[in-house]
Design a protein around this ligand. Sequence first.
Ligand code: SF4
Ligand code: SF4
Length: 428
Amino acid sequence: MSSEVSKDFIIAESNQCVSCGLCLPHCPTYRLLKSEADSPRGRIALMSGVANERIPLNKKFIQHMDRCLTCRACEAVCPNHVAYGHLIDEARVLIADQSRSSTSSQNVNIKILLRMLLLTKSARMVQLRQLLSFLQKNGLLRWLLKFNLLEKNRLFKFIAQLPRVEFPYAATTDGNRMISNTWAKVYPAKGEKRGEVALFLGCVARITDVATLNASIYVLNRLGYTVHVPSNQTCCGALHQHSGGLEQAAALAKQNKAAFAALNVSAIISTASGCGVQLLESEVADGHSRITDISKFLIEAEGWESVKIAPLPQKILVHDPCSLRNVLHDQIYPYQLIARIPGAQAVPLAGNDQCCGAAGSYFMDQPEIASMLLDDKISALVAGDAKYLVTSNIGCSMHIANGLYEKKINIEVLHPVTLLARQMGLES
Ligand code: SF4
Ligand code: SF4
């Protein structure tokens, strides 16, 4: 049934493509592979062929769809506004439906099952964070890597190279140094009250990007905003959405909508632009609140005159995540946020119009292409000659940081709000 709905959508939307080819130079896989079938125009033609049953849904078709990063650079430049992101999601529904009915696609099913299990239960994130912190503290993960044990397992390698795991700050009246295993329900504003907002935690970010979540609460509180963190919020569903699990993504959106609906807040703030896009497109916000990226919210916020920001006379390179640039079109805000730091000079990282290769789980699924894209970023970083890189998406941040670690290049990668909070006095 879902296949039929997907086919109908693909047939209707692919007809909007006039094959002008204007998207081709913007597509990272076309640039690298020089193959029409790995371009947006070629993929749309293939999807149309499969939906119309002119060509079979075979391994070749799956390969060309799998190589797509879902970066949506093509969509951002398409003069006919072809909804490429929606098209590729529906094509992946067709692939997932076929995989479910095929005994030969066990690996795909196991991968999807893992995503479902891992990402839907927030309690598991708390346990995983504790386990990872323990393994980091006793050095076991790095030890295994050092002796090339499990070196070839990309997921393990990625986990072993994660930055130091941090823990949520407790809501205290006298500062921010107490840590906790879970977030408080409410972090009250400090000083003059200016508003109430909610914070979206994400799933993987609860383990890997606690620093950014803590920093966001710290800055928002000091500008006068009370931050609500509903405990029944869950994963945004982006990984499900982009791997053929549209029904699971919709179920997660429903749970998030219910979690935030009870709150009287003006905004639901996302710190990872990839999650922000998913929340926005799955319409998690109700009529009273809006989904907003943290940088955009802070730039439009009041209360700046009441905070002190220490100078940082440094060049800060800025990476534009595809989700922020191609879909939200909010890429200007991290530059403006960095400009709030006296002396800091925000400079775009060369090649910002091309994906870094992280793209959800793409860096594990398509390691060769992801590595080529990452190499371009590392070269741009070296040429950029700065101590800091800021980026607003945790997936990009970890992917680039791992590339720098492997090449022994000492550039700190962090979220712009984390750098700002540090300059406002938050100690890590
Ligand atoms: S720019 Fe749009 S209309 Fe032109 S080929 Fe690409 S998807 Fe089709
Ligand atoms: S989403 Fe990105 S990788 Fe996929 S076709 Fe469009 S530009 Fe190419």
